[in-house]
Design a protein around this ligand. Sequence first.
Ligand code: HH2
Length: 276
Amino acid sequence: MPVKKLNYKSGRTLICGVLNITPDSFSDGGRYLAPEAAAERALELEAQGAGLIDIGAESSRPGSAGVSAAEELARLLGPLRAIVKKLRVPVSIDTCKSEVAAACLAEGADLINDITGFTDENMVRATAAAGAGAIVMHMQGRPRDMQAAPAYAGGVVPEIHAFLAGRAAALKLAGVNDIILDPGIGFGKTLQDNLDLMAGLARFKALGLPLLVGVSRKSFIGALFPSEPAARLPGTIAACTVCVMNGADIVRVHDVREAAQAMAVADALKKAGAAK
Ligand code: HH2
């Protein structure tokens, strides 16, 4: 099956819809565990305006311990098989295990979204061999302990910039052509780190690759305005808007319909500002 490419429309933010096939994701765990529910949700996200569907089967919420590759695949394969031929937009698999990535790529997934930033050479090889794209995210530590005491002696933006530049170079060398960079909001970051990254996003544009940000329902919103994850849509939209004004090309969100409307407005305002 040929790999589907992301369709960036000039001046339009691409919406990446989140589909978590997990019992324990921080904001929507348990909703799409049944294969039929997951497949239906993927098609719904596409209809709502998603240009990419990101499917994950292992929660990476702070403190989580992870699942085995066998468990992850058992959750992923049924829904993936049910949707790849029906979807017009590409599918990314949110995994940090190369065996899970390889099996999903063989079933027609188009990109790998690795929150560990393709630091495992087997992951790089599996992605390159399939001609797939890569979403490279930065994380300090691992979900189990990443929020214990995050620290960036060299400054959060320069350190993450250096990490992403290094991983992009390694992926290019291995033959991966479609590379997307992500500073990893909430992954081993203090509240101030997250704010500095979103405010300083333009720095990452110098790397010349598309930028993705995942701010949807995250705890920095709850820290700024106490609220349950599912009630953080207003904060999500505010953060997505600022990220887009600062150079983000893709926003990873749970609420696709709402984000699509908000980003259409943000894109138009950005264009009007650039013309001044
Ligand atoms: N955030 C989450 C998971 N995967 N991938 C990328 N590239 N960027 C992100 O910011 C990102 C990600 C966490 O959100 P969610 O998938 O909803 O939660 P959980 O990990 O609990 O399933």
